[in-house]
Design a binder for this molecule. Structure first.
Ligand SMILES: [Zn+2]
Ligand SMILES: [Zn+2]
Length: 340
C-alpha cells in the first residue's frame, strides 16, 4: 500500500537529506555575517566580514572565538538562529517528500479499487498546514570593528575581543587600548558612583577599589602588550622571564636587546621614575594588600611613605599612570613596526 513512501524512506536512509541552506547566513548592511562560539559556556556572538570568512583566511579545520579563544572547525560557528532556520528548512523538505509519496501511494491505491466492488476502501491524505519559514536576518552591524594585524581578517564585536577568529592571534594592540579605555571609563564613572551609593563609607571603599583595580589593570595590560610585541617582532629569539615586563628596568633592557632602544628613548627620566613608582605600587596591591615594605622603598625610590603604611591612590595618579604607559607603549609599537 505504501510502496512509494517506503522507497522514499529507504532512499533517505541511504543518501543524506540534502537541503540548500546557503541563505541561512545572511550578510548585514556592512558585509558582515553573524557567528557564534560553539563552546557551551561561552556562546559569544560576533561578526566576520563575509568575504574574509569564506576566503582562505579562515581555514576549514579551525576558526577561533574572539572572546574565549575556543578552536573549532569553520562549519561549527552557525548562530542558534541560523541552526534553527536550517532545521526548519530541512523539516520542510522532509515533510514535502513524505507528503508527495503518500499522495502518490493514495492515488495509486484508489485507482486500483474496482469500481463496482461491494466494499470500497479509499485513502485520503490530509496534509497539515505548512508553517511559513521566515529567512534569518543578520543582526544589526556592530560598532567595534577590528582588523587582525597578522592576517588582516576583519571582524566586529560588542564589548571585548582578545583573539582573531581566522588565525587565533591575540589582538595585543587592540586589547591593550581596550583595557586602557575601560580604566579611563571606570575612573570617569567615580562621581556617578559617589552620587548613587547613599552610604558614604561604601561609596568611598568602592571608589578606592575602582582606582586600585584600574592601576593594576593598566600595568597588566602593558605587560601583555609588551610580551606580545616582543614575542612577535623581537630580533632576538630569547624567551624572557615570566612577568619580566612588569619590571620597567628589566623590560627596558630586554627591549634594547630586541629592538635596539631602551625605554628612555620614549619617556623622560622623570616620567620613567614616576611610572616605576606606579609599577611598584601595583606589586604592593597585588601581593601585599597595598602595605609598604622595605623592598618597595628601595625599588621605587618613593620616600613619601614609611614601612608599614598603606599606599594612597588618587584619581590623578591612576590617570597619570595611564598616560605614561600609553606614551611608552606608543613608542614601543613604533620600535616594533606596529601600528598603534
Ligand atoms: Zn567563545
Ligand atoms: Zn588573524
Amino acid at each position: 500500500m505504501f510502496e512509494k513512501l517506503i522507497r522514499e524512506l529507504e532512499q533517505l536512509e541511504r543518501n543524506q537529506l540534502k537541503v540548500d541552506v546557503t541563505d541561512s547566513v545572511p550578510i548585514d548592511l556592512e558585509g558582515y555575517i553573524d557567528r557564534e562560539c560553539p563552546a557551551s559556556d561561552c556562546l559569544f556572538t560576533f561578526k566576520v566580514l563575509a568575504a574574509d570568512w569564506w576566503s582562505d583566511k579562515v581555514k576549514d579545520e579551525a576558526a577561533y572565538c574572539p572572546f574565549c579563544g575556543h578552536e573549532a572547525p569553520a562549519r561549527s560557528w552557525f548562530t542558534t538562529e541560523q541552526v534553527e532556520y536550517q532545521k526548519a528548512k530541512a523539516m520542510g523538505v522532509l515533510t514535502n517528500i513524505i507528503d508527495e509519496a503518500m499522495e502518490a501511494d493514495a492515488s495509486e491505491w484508489n485507482q486500483r479499487q474496482r469500481r463496482n466492488a461491494f466494499i470500497k476502501i479509499t485513502m485520503n491524505v490530509s496534509k497539515a498546514p505548512r508553517e511559513v519559514i521566515l529567512p534569518v536576518s543578520a543582526a544589526d552591524p556592530m560598532r567595534l570593528k577590528i582588523s587582525c594585524e597578522k592576517c588582516a581578517c576583519q571582524y566586529a564585536v560588542v564589548g571585548s575581543a582578545f583573539f582573531c577568529p581566522a588565525c587565533g592571534t591575540s589582538a595585543a594592540e587592540h586589547v591593550f587600548r581596550q583595557s586602557l579605555s575601560a580604566v579611563r571609563a571606570s575612573v570617569a564613572s567615580l562621581p556617578a558612583v559617589r552620587a548613587s551609593v547613599s552610604d558614604a563609607d561604601t561609596a568611598e571603599n568602592l571608589c578606592r577599589l575602582i582606582l586600585e583595580a584600574g592601576l593594576q589593570n593598566v600595568v597588566m595590560a602593558f605587560q601583555r602588550f609588551a610580551e606580545a610585541l616582543y614575542e612577535r617582532h623581537s630580533r632576538t629569539h630569547k624567551k624572557p622571564r615570566r612577568n619580566a615586563f612588569q619590571n620597567l628596568d628589566e623590560g627596558s633592557d630586554l627591549w634594547k636587546e630586541a629592538f635596539g632602544t631602551k625605554y628612555d628613548v620614549h619617556l623622560s627620566e622623570i616620567d620613567l621614575s614616576a611610572l616605576n613608582i606606579f609599577f611598584q605600587q601595583r606589586h604592593l596591591l597585588a601581593h601585599l594588600e597595598g602595605i609598604i615594605d622595605q623592598k618597595y622603598i628601595e625599588k621605587s625610590g618613593d620616600t613619601r611613605y614609611l614601612v608599614g603604611q598603606r599606599i594612597v591612590l588618587r584619581q590623578d595618579s591612576v590617570l597619570r599612570c595611564l598616560e605614561l604607559t600609553e606614551n611608552l607603549a606608543r613608542g614601543m609599537a613604533q620600535d616594533a613596526g606596529v601600528q598603534f
